[in-house]
Design a protein around this ligand. Structure first.
Ligand SMILES: [Fe+2]
Length: 696
């Protein structure tokens, strides 16, 4: 990595909308007169996107005396007592940026630990934050980080962060986390107002109201409220950042964040929004607003292409219907392009010799999801199964490329068929052409031991085998499932077969080893392999390993099923209701072993018997599924191994009363040795504490 000089850093800082703080040649004790006044910095401090000689710092210091601008002093020290101050600078805070402050501290030593704080003109100081710089690119020492996602603040407590802090504070210095990778849903823009919450609860969770919108819009038949302005998106971050556990986590480690859907809009793709019961609507103005708030509140190395920013330079856009698309599904309408390109968050980071972290954006450039098409309705009339046929999922994904470029003229399900509306269409794209080209190039050129792809969306096929349901299990008036494998969901990379195949083929064809995927979104823990196909459609030939981390707070599939329709004839495939009123998640077995295992366990409660009737063809790509897991993942890497621990906490309904964040449900390890080109990755599973037996 070339070392930049001060002038180049100045340019870089300006391009990231940050003030530059350059390290001093001699270390001195602080002379700022800092007196801590946390209440004047109500959203804490944060740092982000460290590299080997710089890191971004953040705070927010609001004023309500009518001024438009103020100046803060930033101090960065090598010790928490600020006796060895290594960098200081004056940084503006502007009303126009909602009083947020971004500072790039540069010329720091690699693999360093630093403390930082902000002071206003009257000596009023922020809390003290701690941050780290990355090890140099040739640093051979082992590295460690955590990955998280999905932290709906109104629905739960962020005990996972409390546990993470507790363990890190007690770890030996070389065993501590280097950064926290946040894979999206840092905030949920869909909120409920008190009148929209039935009995004050969702499931067993008491709903709180940390966020309110001035310009909120009621959607989905008045079930939810969504932001209507930039101020509303800003209010969302402010509502979340007063959470003490989240705030302490941001003050302890640098974060590396990408977004998923909820940083903008639940069901949106590009700038196109939609809500249940409402059709698609253009959302260019709100997309720009969401991007601006993200930029102001997340200290990340992100820019608008070709436009140096000294603050977020919001393009003026109009909400115009998007009707023309390129071959990768990109909406060519100029306001759509201006909105989605107003902030580019896909990027790569290097951490020592062993980590190339490549982060992609699955929302701003993705094409239409063809599996939602209304035309499919005719096939599924009177079909009560909650599954989607796998072959059909592949057919609508791949369009004209399906079946080696010879798609059938019809889409068939059971005895019904419709014309193949995807026969001439391009395959679905999650990344868009430009990002995909960038991503594949970064992958091919990655030189670290482990090439880690951070994606908000998981890559595993979520497959089930309803063709194996025993005779007499479904009601007599249901049609028999005759269409082979099905998928439970196909909204993520698991249903984006064609593009996922291109990525995995690149890994294979270029002999890339140490390829590992980390994802969020599913509110559940998954461990397994990166494979483009499964039998009987193709051979299972994994090119890497793939993990999904449980949510910090957001409810997962198991919780939804527990509270779902208890009279559902298929209920035993998801939940086993025990006589004492307890419930067990057979749905983990359903995805990992198949319908026979799920039913056997529901009937007998005998896990050995359930595993004995496992369908070995169903999920060779999965080693672990827990659809009720919350918590976080911890990844440790060195020259030979990647060790991924799932740290699972009980359902985070209440804030933990103890400083350790409460008990653990389990800690399970997946240990992978580095493989050679052409070899298959292999993971070994080890239960370190607790019970995770239904997940394996
Ligand atoms: Fe989520």
């Amino acid at each position: 990595m070339p070392t930049l000089d001060r002038r180049q850093f100045l340019k870089l800082a300006a391009a990231m909308g940050a003030t530059l703080a350059w390290s001093c040649s001699t270390l001195r004790p602080s002379a700022s007169g800092w007196r801590e006044r946390r209440e004047l910095y109500p959203h804490g401090v944060a740092s982000g996107d460290p590299d080997a000689n710089s890191v971004l710092l953040w705070t927010r210091r609001p004023y309500d005396d009518g001024r438009e601008k103020a100046t803060l002093l930033v101090e960065v020290a090598e010790d928490p007592g600020f006796m060895r101050v290594i960098a200081t600078t004056a940084a503006p805070v502007l009303a126009a940026s909602d009083w947020t402050c971004r500072v790039l501290v540069a010329d720091l030593p690699a693999a360093g630990e630093f403390w930082y704080r902000f002071v206003d003109e009257a000596g009023n100081g922020s809390r003290i934050g701690r941050t780290l710089t990355a090890p140099a690119p040739d640093d051979p020492r082992p590295a460690k980080f955590a990955f998280v996602s999905c932290q709906s603040a109104p629905e739960g407590a962020m005990n996972a962060y409390r546990r993470m802090i507790w363990e890190d504070e007690r770890a030996a210095p070389d065993e501590r986390l280097g950064f926290v990778l946040h894979l999206g849903d840092f905030v949920y823009e869909v909120i409920q107002t008190p009148d929209q919450v039935k009995d004050g609860h969702r499931y067993d969770r008491k709903i709180t109201f940390p966020v309110s919108y001035k310009h909120g819009r009621k959607v989905a038949n008045d079930r939810f409220t969504v932001p209507g302005s930039l101020d509303d998106y800003r209010a969302l971050y402010k509502g979340y950042l007063v959470d003490p556990d989240l705030q302490d986590a941001r003050a302890r480690w640098p974060f590396v964040c990408i977004w998923d859907n909820h940083e903008f809009s639940w069901l949106a793709w590009q700038s196109i929004m939609s809500f249940p019961g409402e059709g698609e609507m253009p959302g260019q103005k709100l997309k720009v607003a969401a991007n601006q708030a993200w930029f102001e509140y997340q200290p990340m190395r992100v820019t608008a292409p070709g436009k140096p920013l000294d603050r977020f330079d919001a393009p003026v856009v109009a909400d115009v219907a998007v009707t023309e698309f390129d071959d990768a599904g990109l909406g060519l309408e100029p306001n759509n392009l201006a909105a989605i390109e107003s902030l580019i968050v896909y990027r790569a980071l290097r951490w020592g010799r062993h980590i190339d972290l490549i982060l992609t954006d699955q929302r701003a450039f993705r094409g239409k999801d063809y599996s939602n098409d209304e035309k499919l309705g005719a096939l599924f009339e009177g079909v009560p199964y909650p599954f989607f046929p796998e072959a059909l999922s592949m057919q609508v994904d791949s369009g004209r490329e399906y079946a080696g470029g010879h798609p059938p003229a019809e889409i068939v399900f059971g005895a019904k068929s419709i014309p193949n509306y995807r026969i001439d269409g391009p395959p679905q794209s999650m990344l868009g052409a430009k990002q995909k080209a960038w991503f594949l190039e970064r992958l091919r050129n990655a030189t670290a031991t482990w090439k880690i792809w951070g994606t908000s969306l998981g890559t595993h096929d979520q497959r089930v085998d309803p063709q194996n349901l025993p005779e007499g299990f479904v009601p007599k008036d249901w049609p028999k499932w005759t269409d082979g494998y099905a998928v439970q969901s196909n909204g993520d990379w698991g249903g984006c077969y064609h593009e996922r195949g291109e990525i995995f083929d690149t890994v294979r064809d270029h002999g890339i080893t140490g390829f590992a995927i980390l994802a969020g979104d599913l509110h559940s823990f998954w461990a397994g392999y990166a494979a483009k196909s499964l039998p009987p459609h193709g051979k299972f030939e994994p090119v890497g390993v793939s993990f999904v981390g449980g949510s910090i707070t957001s409810p997962g599939g198991q919780e939804a099923q527990e509270h779902g329709n208890k009279k559902n004839p298929l209920r035993k495939l998801f939940i086993a209701d025990r006589e004492d009123g307890s419930m067990e998640p057979t749905m983990n077995l359903l995805l990992n072993h198949g319908v026979r295992s799920a039913l056997e366990y529901a009937e007998s409660g005998d896990l050995t018997a359930a595993h004995a009737v496992s369908n070995p063809e169903l999920a060779p790509h999965l080693d672990f599924v827990d659809l009720g897991g919350h918590g976080y993942g911890v990844v440790s890497v060195d020259a030979n191994r990647m060790v991924t621990d799932f740290v699972c906490i009980p359902r985070p309904i209440e804030r933990a009363a103890t400083p350790d964040g409460g008990p653990l449900r389990y800690r399970v390890r997946h240990d992978v040795s580095l493989w050679s080109a052409g070899e298959r990755p292999q993971m070994r599973q080890l239960l370190l504490e607790g019970d995770a037996s239904l997940s394996t």
